[in-house]
Design a protein around this ligand. Structure first.
Ligand SMILES: Cc1cc2nc3c(=O)[nH]c(=O)nc-3n(C[C@H](O)[C@H](O)[C@H](O)COP(=O)(O)OP(=O)(O)OC[C@H]3O[C@@H](n4cnc5c(N)ncnc54)[C@H](O)[C@@H]3O)c2cc1C
Length: 465
C-alpha cells in the first residue's frame, strides 16, 4: 500500500485519547470508576428507533464504552454485527461486540471476528453463550466448534490485537455451582488473553467482593467490573434471576412486593436499590459499573445522576457541627430521587412533619398555573407546608406517575383525581421540578397544564425548565 504524503495544510489532530484507549488501559490509569452500558440488538424498526433514542441520550453521559449482546441464532447475530458496526461508525462511543461460540464452527467465529474488525470494533466480550434451549439446557458443542469461553478467548487473541473481556459470576455459575471453579476459570481466561471481566447481574455486594477475593487469592489481578441491572418491573427481574442463577435478596423482594400494584413506586425502589448497590461496590473498590440497560435510558440515567451527586456528597460530608440533614442508613445525605420520592409519599399521606424534614427552611416554591388552582409563590418552609395542607385532602387522591432525574433536579408527575359524591371526577396532572441540595428540597416549580415530556426534556437540555 503506498504511504500517504501530506502536503501543506494543518497537521491533523491526534485521535481523541478517549476513543483510542483500550478498556484495560483506562482501568489501569483512570482516577475514577468506568461506566459502560449494554444494549441488545433490536428486533423491529420500532425497537431500533427506541434503541437509537436511548443511545443518543446515554451518549450525552460520555460512557467509557458500550456493548451489544449476541444472540443464539443466525439472524440475531447479523443484527448484533449490524448495530455494533453502526454504533461504532456513527457515534463517538467506544464499542464492544459480544461473541459466543453457540451453534457455530470455529470458522464461523473467525468470520464474525473479521466482521467486527472491519467495522473498527477492537473490543470483544468473549462468552460461551447459552444453548438454544436456554441457560438451563445442557451445553451442546458444535461439531467443529469450541468447548468453552476460555477457548474462545484464545481464538480471538490469536486473530489480532483485540481487547478481550469475559463473563464472571458473583452468584456462582448455575451449571456447576462451584465458586472455586468459577474463580479458576477466570484465571484461565486471563492467561488465555482476557484483560477484564464483567459480571452477571447480582444484588448483594458481598458476593462480588468474595469473587474478587477468590480470584486475587489465586494470584490473578484481572479487573472485574460489576454488572448492574436496575429493577423496573418485578416479574421481569424474577425471570432474569431465574435464567442467570442470580439470587434475589428477600429484603429487596419484600420491599418491591409491598408496592407491586404501583409501577412508579416499584421503579423508584428499583432505582434506590441499584444506587445503593452501586455505591457499596464503588466504595469497596470496584473499578467501574456496567449497566444492563434493556435498551432504555431512563433508569440508567437516574442511577448515574444519583451516583454522581451522592459521591460528591461523600466528599463534602458535613462535619459533626453541621446541621443534621435527612440521611440514609449510611449517614450520608439522601440521593435526590429518594428525597423527592419520600417527599411525595409524605405529601400523599398528609404527613406535615415528614414533609417539613425534607424541605429546606428557605425553600423557594413557585406554582405556575393555567387557572387551577392558580399561580402562587412562597419563600419559606412554613408557608409551603400551610399551602400544601390547606387543600381538602379527603376530596382528592394523588398518584406519582412519572419521575426522571437530571443532575440535582428531579422532575415528577402526579396525577390528581377529585372525588365527589358521584365518584372520581376531574383529573389533572401536576408536573413538579425539584432541585435538591444536601438531602433537602431547596427549590420547586410546579406546573399545571404542561406535559411531563416537555418539561423533563427542557430540564435535561438546559438544566432548568
Ligand atoms: C456480562 C455478560 C454478558 C453476556 N452476554 C451474553 C451474550 O451476549 N449472549 C449470550 O448468549 N450470553 C451472554 N451471557 C451469558 C453467558 O453466555 C452465560 O452465562 C454462559 O452460561 C456462561 O458463559 P461463560 O463465558 O462464563 O462460559 P464458560 O466460561 O465457558 O463457562 C460455561 C460453563 O462451563 C464450565 N466450564 C468452563 N470452563 C471449564 C473448565 N475448564 N473446567 C470445568 N468446567 C468449565 C463453567 O463452570 C460453566 O458452568 C453474558 C453473561 C455476562 C456475565
Amino acid at each position: 500500500m503506498p504511504s500517504v504524503i501530506r502536503v501543506g495544510g494543518p497537521t491533523p489532530p491526534p485521535p481523541h485519547p478517549s476513543i483510542v484507549a483500550r478498556v484495560e488501559e483506562m482501568l489501569a490509569t483512570a482516577e475514577r470508576p468506568l461506566f459502560s452500558f449494554e444494549f441488545f440488538p433490536p428486533a423491529s424498526e420500532d425497537a431500533e428507533r427506541t434503541l437509537w433514542t436511548t443511545i443518543r441520550e446515554l451518549e450525552a453521559l460520555s460512557p467509557d464504552f458500550v456493548s451489544v449482546t449476541y444472540g443464539a441464532n443466525g439472524s440475531t447475530r447479523d443484527r448484533t454485527i449490524n448495530v455494533t458496526r453502526k454504533i461504532s461508525q456513527e457515534t463517538i462511543l467506544r464499542t464492544m461486540g459480544h461473541l459466543t461460540c453457540v451453534s457455530q464452527s470455529a470458522q464461523d467465529v473467525r468470520r464474525v471476528v473479521g466482521a467486527y474488525a472491519d467495522a473498527g470494533v477492537r473490543h470483544i466480550l468473549a462468552i460461551r453463550g447459552d444453548p438454544p434451549g436456554g441457560p438451563t439446557a445442557p451445553w451442546e458443542q458444535h461439531p467443529e466448534g469450541l468447548t468453552n469461553a476460555t477457548e474462545l478467548v484464545r481464538l480471538v487473541a490469536s486473530l489480532g490485537n483485540f481487547s478481550i473481556g469475559v463473563a464472571a459470576f458473583p452468584d456462582i455459575h448455575p451449571d456447576k455451582r462451584d465458586p472455586e471453579l468459577d474463580a479458576r476459570i477466570l484465571v484461565d481466561k486471563a492467561e488465555a488473553g482476557a484483560t477484564f471481566a464483567i459480571t452477571q447481574l447480582f444484588f448483594e455486594p458481598d458476593r462480588y467482593f468474595e469473587l474478587v477475593e477468590r480470584v486475587r487469592a489465586m494470584g490473578c489481578d484481572l479487573p472485574i467490573i460489576p454488572g448492574i441491572q436496575p429493577v423496573t418491573n418485578i416479574k421481569q427481574i424474577e425471570r432474569f434471576a431465574e435464567l442467570s442463577g442470580a439470587t434475589l435478596p428477600e429484603s429487596m423482594v419484600t420491599r418491591l412486593r409491598a408496592h407491586q400494584d404501583d409501577p412508579a413506586s416499584v421503579r423508584a425502589i428499583g432505582l434506590e436499590v441499584a444506587t445503593e448497590l452501586s455505591e457499596n461496590l464503588l466504595d469497596g473498590g470496584a473499578p467501574g459499573l456496567h449497566f444492563f440497560t434493556l435498551n432504555r435510558s431512563l433508569a440508567t440515567r437516574a442511577i448515574h445522576a444519583n451516583l454522581k451527586l451522592s459521591r460528591a456528597q461523600h466528599l463534602s460530608r458535613p462535619g459533626p457541627t453541621s446541621p443534621v440533614s435527612p440521611s440514609s442508613a449510611s449517614g450520608f445525605a439522601l440521593p435526590p430521587v429518594e428525597v423527592v420520592r419520600r417527599f411525595w409519599a409524605a405529601r400523599l399521606d398528609d404527613d406535615r412533619d415528614a414533609m417539613g424534614a425534607l424541605l429546606d427552611p428557605g425553600v423557594s416554591w413557585r406554582v405556575v398555573g393555567d387557572g387551577v388552582p392558580g399561580a402562587r409563590a412562597f419563600d419559606h418552609r412554613e408557608a409551603v407546608l400551610d399551602d400544601l395542607g390547606s387543600a381538602d385532602s379527603g376530596s382528592w387522591s394523588h398518584e406519582l406517575t412519572n419521575l426522571i432525574v437530571a443532575g440535582d433536579q428531579v422532575v415528577t408527575e402526579l396525577r390528581a383525581t377529585m372525588h365527589t359524591a358521584d365518584g372520581p371526577g376531574t383529573v389533572f396532572d401536576i408536573v413538579a421540578v425539584m432541585r435538591i441540595a444536601d438531602g433537602r428540597v431547596v427549590e420547586c416549580r410546579e406546573y399545571r397544564g404542561q406535559a411531563f415530556a416537555r418539561v423533563s426534556a427542557s430540564v435535561r437540555d438546559g438544566g432548568s425548565s
